[in-house]
Write a protein that binds this ligand. Structure first.
Ligand SMILES: [Fe+2]
Length: 229
């Protein structure tokens, strides 16, 4: 995940805030580049959605995450425990938003670059063993994603201890790790309205049906092989 010093983000000149933050060793996060053009996932996901989602939504999580971390650093330096505790929800929400979206961009790929091509190798075999077929797995994930109330994510993960695939959902921007430390995300689908509303309006199931056309199973397979050798 992209890290850089706060000094590069905020330099107020002379011995300004940026310099002080650099001295304190504070680090901040920055927006990762998309591995494809905004319009490259069309027609499954419009370029307009991708651009807004990446440049506005993901960037906002990062901005607020950095702000909360800066406030946390200051509160800890002052021994201000109420503020330290108060900041935890902002860190979870915005830090989770950064973690989840950073995975999501890698979960997708243009069709010409293999998006939508079914998984091969050990992940393909594991899916057949646990779910019967890829189609059956997709149906289950889509059903969970459609049923998720409000905003959140639906995940295909591997439980590294049990060595098996699991489908999970998380609310809001909770990252998958909140559901268990042994879970490693292979694929996460953003089911917040901002991920589909401009194109699919309120019909989340249509978005869920089409997102598989640009799913990057190659990425999921690589993670699976690394986490579950
Ligand atoms: Fe999102």
């Amino acid at each position: 995940m992209a890290l850089r010093t706060l000094a590069t983000r905020k330099t107020l000149g002379g011995l300004g805030l940026g310099f002080q933050q650099q001295l304190r060793g504070l680090q901040t996060f920055s927006l990762p580049d998309l591995p494809y053009d905004y319009g490259a996932l069309e027609p499954a996901i419009s370029g307009e959605i991708m651009q807004l989602h990446h440049q506005k939504h993901h960037q906002t999580y990062i901005t607020n995450y950095n702000k909360a971390l800066e406030q946390l650093h200051d509160a800890m330096a002052k021994g201000d425990s109420p503020t330290v505790v108060k900041l935890q929800s902002a860190i979870k929400f915005n830090g989770g938003g950064h973690i989840n979206h950073s995975i999501f961009w890698k979960n997708l790929a243009p069709v010409r670059e293999g998006g939508g091509e079914p998984p091969k190798g050990s992940l393909g075999s594991a899916i057949d063993t646990h779910y019967g077929s890829l189609e059956s797995l997709i149906q289950k994930i889509n059903a969970e994603g459609a049923a998720l109330q409000g905003s959140g994510w639906v995940w295909l993960a591997v439980d590294k201890e049990l060595k098996r695939l699991v489908i999970e959902t998380t609310a809001n921007q909770d990252p998958l790790v909140t559901k268990g430390p042994s879970l490693a995300p292979l694929l996460g689908i953003d089911v917040w309205e901002h991920a589909y509303y401009l194109q699919y309006k309120n019909v989340r199931p249509d978005y869920l049906k089409n997102v598989w056309k640009v799913m990057n199973w190659k990425y999921a397979s690589e993670v699976f092989e690394k986490e579950c050798p």
